[in-house]
Design a protein around this ligand. Structure first.
Ligand code: SF4
Ligand code: F3S
Length: 112
């Protein structure tokens, strides 16, 4: 089991999550973060820190695709342990439908 970053992180990228992770398992892409499932210790402290409510345990229904997405990109993206500056328009992207499609060109996270 691991926690996973899901679609609403895209273009919100608040990065509050990285400040609380005890094992620094977040990885940074251009528009969002993912969690390295091989490092995450399932502590769950990041979930309530996300203003976009984008972090979930991978055992929740419907998150298999997002678990695959996190596992795929974690080795390729850079480690991040300090909060950077969120996009200035982050609040405008909170809850927008179709962010995965617009940022990654697919509707299914397992295909990204
Ligand atoms: Fe880090 Fe814990 Fe969140 Fe996993 S569940 S990403 S170990 S804070
Ligand atoms: Fe993304 Fe939430 Fe972290 S928006 S960068 S998962 S605080």
């Amino acid at each position: 089991m691991a926690y996973v970053v899901t679609e609403n992180c895209i273009r919100c990228k608040y990065m509050d999550c990285v400040t609380v992770c005890p094992v620094d398992c977040f990885r940074e892409g251009d528009t969002m973060l993912v969690i390295d499932p091989d490092v995450c210790i399932d502590c769950g402290v990041c979930t309530p820190e996300c203003p976009a409510d984008a972090i979930r345990p991978d055992v929740e229904d419907g998150l298999r695709g997002w678990a695959a997405f996190n596992a795929r990109y974690a080795p390729a993206w850079r480690p991040i342990a300090r909060k950077g500056t969120p996009p200035p328009d982050a609040p405008a992207w909170d809850g927008v439908v179709g962010k995965l499609q617009s940022a990654f060109g697919v509707a299914d996270p397992s295909l990204a």
